[in-house]
Write a protein that binds this ligand. Structure first.
Ligand code: PLP
Length: 456
């Protein structure tokens, strides 16, 4: 079906919300590397994860089924914002004077303002069904804390959020939103947990990090019988839940009468990237499509472009299992750049495996060029992007400019993972000339990598 020369929005009907999540594992060229116990270095089994997660999510974590059915209760809540629209960025194309066609999938229309409720709702559902009373979690920039507290409110679960201290003070309205949904929130490191007290004793002025906040949330769940832990990215079941994005996108691009040459998303822990791109990677693997898949990350936290592919811990204190991933080292404390959601030391093992297999590419952007792209996007397309999502916009614009230089038509699809309405402090800093580019120093990466756990 050809689109008219004005069509801008490609939408699906509510009954076209996917009925299943897509699991990339059986399509991979090799099985995923085993997850190891932090104490023994031996592969762990489902029972080892039972103190933290309900069995339904653990089984999804290790599943090799091609698809997993989405429960009706979850789909019913998805109806609040799904299917999400795809827009053709005609005004941005014009401003760039590019022959490229630029499309974006917009996930900012969810109640929390990002893609994160796609998994938060699923996780809250399985926990409720399992009899969990309370969920604990960490949040960096605050989007995940907002998403999970929203989902907990809908299922009548209590929620405790450990928010990285730097963000807690930089983004007070995320905290207000989390409290509005009824959750309890602490600046991390906090005095609530042994992990938090340990870090505070060693460095009382630390800005905190996602690794530290994860230690606190995991400890809280592991030491309370009625509580479970919930993670907003990185884990296989989170990538799985997000695949509703890419499944919808495949249908919408069909409606647009085009197939993308390049699919782009930003990567923090990998979930919005996996969500949009895994269904396209699946078509690459099964149908031999040549689609380029690009992961965009900040130069200040260059996990995929400068990290090593090795076993590492998911948190700072050492409570989580060892997973094989690109990592900057679990002791990595990122500089206080504003793209808070992209500051994790590691990335989803599934995303990392795709990079290792050469099925995807990664590129790092300095933040001034990222904000330049964000502002150009806002002034042409109208939506004010989250700084994280602006990394994908930067890559999309670079691809469109390369197409112009080469005089070739190229179809670009990227994920606009969220809006930036809670990030105005970062925009203010950019307009005031206070933001600086930061390349994470190679020496600091080398130092952090000396702390990688030894695996036999
Ligand atoms: C959390 C977040 C990210 C980064 O997390 P991923 O798991 O890599 O997707 C990106 N964009 C937005 C809007 C976010 O809220």
């Amino acid at each position: 079906m050809a689109q008219s020369d004005k069509q801008t929005k490609f939408i699906l009907d509510e009954n076209e919300i996917p009925t299943h999540w897509y699991n990339i594992v059986p399509d991979l060229p090799a099985p995923p590397a085993p997850v190891l116990h932090p104490g023994t270095g031996q592969p762990i089994g489902p029972a080892d994860l039972a103190p933290l997660f309900p069995m339904a999510l653990i089984m999804q974590e290790v599943s090799s089924e091609k698809t997993i059915e989405i429960p009706d209760e979850v789909r019913d809540i998805y109806r609040l914002w799904r299917p999400s629209p795809i827009f053709r960025a005609r005004r941005l194309e014009k401003a760039l004077d590019t022959p490229a066609h630029i499309y974006y999938k917009y996930e900012g229309g969810s109640p929390a303002g990002s893609h994160k409720p796609n998994t938060a709702v699923a996780q809250a559902y399985y926990n409720k069904a399992d009899g969990t009373k309370r969920l604990t979690t960490e949040t960096g920039a605050g989007q995940w804390g907002s998403a999970l507290s929203f989902a907990c409110a809908l299922f009548g679960l209590e929620c405790t959020v450990y928010m990285v201290k730097a963000s807690y003070y930089q983004k007070p309205y995320r905290k207000s939103m989390i409290e509005a949904y009824g959750a309890t929130i602490y600046a991390s490191p906090s005095t609530q947990t042994q992990s938090g007290r340990k870090v505070l004793a060693e460095s009382p002025d630390t800005p905190g990090s996602l690794g530290i906040a994860i230690s606190e949330a995991v400890e809280d769940a592991a030491t309370h019988d009625d509580a479970h832990y919930s993670l907003g990215s990185v884990l296989n079941h989170v990538m799985l839940h997000q695949t509703v994005i890419g499944q919808e996108a495949l249908k919408q691009m069909e409606k647009a009468g085009e197939y993308p040459d390049v699919v782009i998303a930003c990567v923090g822990g990998g979930s919005n990237f996996a969500g949009l791109t895994f269904p396209f990677v699946g078509e690459k693997l099964r149908q031999g499509k040549k689609t380029r898949i690009v992961a965009a990350e900040p130069t200040a936290c260059p996990t995929l472009t400068k990290g090593v592919y090795a076993y590492d811990l998911g948190d700072t204190v050492g409570l989580t299992p060892l997973v094989k991933m690109y990592t900057l080292g679990h002791t990595f404390i990122p500089p206080a750049i504003h793209a808070g959601g992209l500051r994790y030391h590691g990335d989803s093992p599934l995303v990392c495996q795709l990079l290792d297999h050469g099925l995807i590419e990664a590129v790092a952007h300095p933040q001034l060029r990222v904000f330049e792209a964000a502002v150009q996007f806002a002034r042409t397309e109208g939506i004010l992007p989250a700084p994280e999502a602006a990394h994908a916009i930067r890559s999309a614009i670079d691809e469109a400019l390369a197409a112009k230089a080469a005089g070739e038509k190229k179809v670009i699809l990227f994920n606009l993972s969220g809006h930036g309405h809670f990030d105005m402090g970062a925009y203010d800093a950019y307009f005031a000339g206070k933001l600086e580019d930061f390349d994470y120093p190679d020496e600091a990466i080398a130092e952090a990598l000396t702390h990688l756990p030894k695996v036999g």
